[in-house]
Design a binder for this molecule. Structure first.
Ligand SMILES: Cc1ncc(COP(=O)(O)O)c(C=O)c1O
Length: 386
């Protein structure tokens, strides 16, 4: 069923008077971001479904032209393939259950897989029979740069062991590829250049034909107090490094962004349940949509709204507390809001499209799941060419 559509967030409030959190999707913004990536990135663009798997988000991306999806689980693969049968899924989690691999392969015709260990290669050979036009990408560790999350802490084969793994992939008659992830919310285009450099060293040492180079996600979104370089700088750096590489002519360059595609495409409408001095208790928190304020220190833009009264023009810092009984459920940075904020006012939280609903738990019985669509632009612009 399509989600309800509104012109503005104020109209959402007037119609629903929501005492529960509401995700306000901006399909036009997602469309803009997706087209920007498709036009400007010098290769194939996959969307990392884990970042926001809501069907309306996937639909907006698909309608903008995204046809390739980085999926981490069988559930994500089923979601994409059932709703968009023409789309391709890539199974990009380096550690997969055997049953998930065989179902992905046999039921959903997935033919791209990532590994970072020889035992995972053995699993793929056992479950798929090997070869048969399947692609196996070896995920490598790349040098650390200024990223908010360092994904190489968990996944990737060290560069000095990667060539041997790549040779074994080739020997098992799979098409080969090399993949990396520079870390999420990466503020340095150079991270991608270094990643490509490392991948090229591995490829040269392995001395086997390589069909895919996947530079991963990590492209940044804008947050308050966090203004990374424009995405064009990332794309230019990647293009230069790829053009200088002596790879097969038909080697496919890919990326798999999540955050940069969808962060700006959704805001979160919350409500103040109680004010105690400079503490505002709201109906969403770190166990629901706002865990990234803690794990990633992301400071999200906010605005106070109440169409039923005039709001003070002077502001002050507030502490925002989530709805659960847990004492950790307090946002770790102050928020500057009108000083007469009170119970019943709404707070719109911007840049809330990435790793929000995707990471929400049902802790204490709170679970945000209402989505509406809003035509008005987002609270903050994005790094996509303005
Ligand atoms: C394998 C893989 N690809 C892509 C992404 C998306 O990263 P980002 O949202 O930083 O673009 C992630 C995020 O965890 C990932 O693990």
């Amino acid at each position: 069923m399509p989600i309800p559509c509104f012109e503005t967030v104020e109209q959402v409030i007037e119609k629903l008077k929501p005492g529960y959190p509401v995700y306000c999707l901006r399909p036009a913004e997602i469309d803009r971001q997706a087209r920007f990536f498709l036009d400007m990135f010098p290769g194939r663009v996959l969307y990392a479904v884990k970042c926001n798997p809501h069907l309306e988000v996937l639909r907006a991306l698909y309608e903008a032209g995204i046809r390739h999806f980085d999926t981490a689980s069988l559930v994500e693969i089923a979601l994409v393939r059932e709703h968009f049968p023409q789309a391709d899924c890539y199974f990009m989690h380096p550690v997969k259950a055997r049953a998930a691999i065989s179902t992905a392969h046999q039921v959903y015709s997935v033919d791209h897989y990532v590994i970072d260990h020889v035992k995972e290669l053995e699993k793929l050979i056992d479950t798929t029979g090997g070869g048969d036009g399947l692609v196996v990408l070896v995920r490598i560790v790349t040098p650390e740069h200024d990223a908010q999350y360092q994904l190489s802490d968990k996944f990737g084969v060290p560069a000095d062991q990667a060539a041997e793994l790549l040779r074994q992939v080739h020997k098992a008659h799979f098409q080969t590829g090399v993949a990396f992830h520079v870390g999420s919310q990466c503020r340095s285009p150079e991270a991608f250049v270094d990643g490509i450099k490392t991948a090229l060293e591995v490829i040269a040492e392995a001395d086997v034909p390589v069909h895919y180079l996947d530079v991963g996600g990590g492209f940044p979104a804008l947050y308050e107090d966090d203004q990374p370089p424009p995405l064009e700088e990332y794309f230019d750096s990647i293009q230069r490094a790829f053009d200088q590489a002596k790879l097969r002519r038909d080697c496919v360059l890919m990326c798999e962004p999540g955050r940069a595609l969808v962060a700006s495409g959704c805001s979160l409408l919350t409500q103040i349940q109680l004010r105690k001095d400079d503490r505002l208790y709201i109906n969403d928190g770190i166990y629901q949509s706002l865990s990234e304020t803690v794990f990633g220190k992301m400071k999200l833009p906010t605005r106070l709204i109440n169409p039923y009264r005039s709001i003070s023009s002077t502001s002050q810092d507030f502490t925002i507390l989530g709805p659960t009984c847990d004492n950790l459920d307090i946002l770790p940075m102050p928020f500057h809001l009108p000083d007469d904020a009170e119970e019943g006012d709404w707070i719109e939280i911007g840049q809330a499209g990435a790793y929000t609903n995707a990471a929400a738990t049902r802790f204490n019985g709170f679970f945000p799941e209402t989505y509406v669509s809003v035509a008005a632009p987002p609270l903050m612009p994005t790094t996509a060419g303005s």
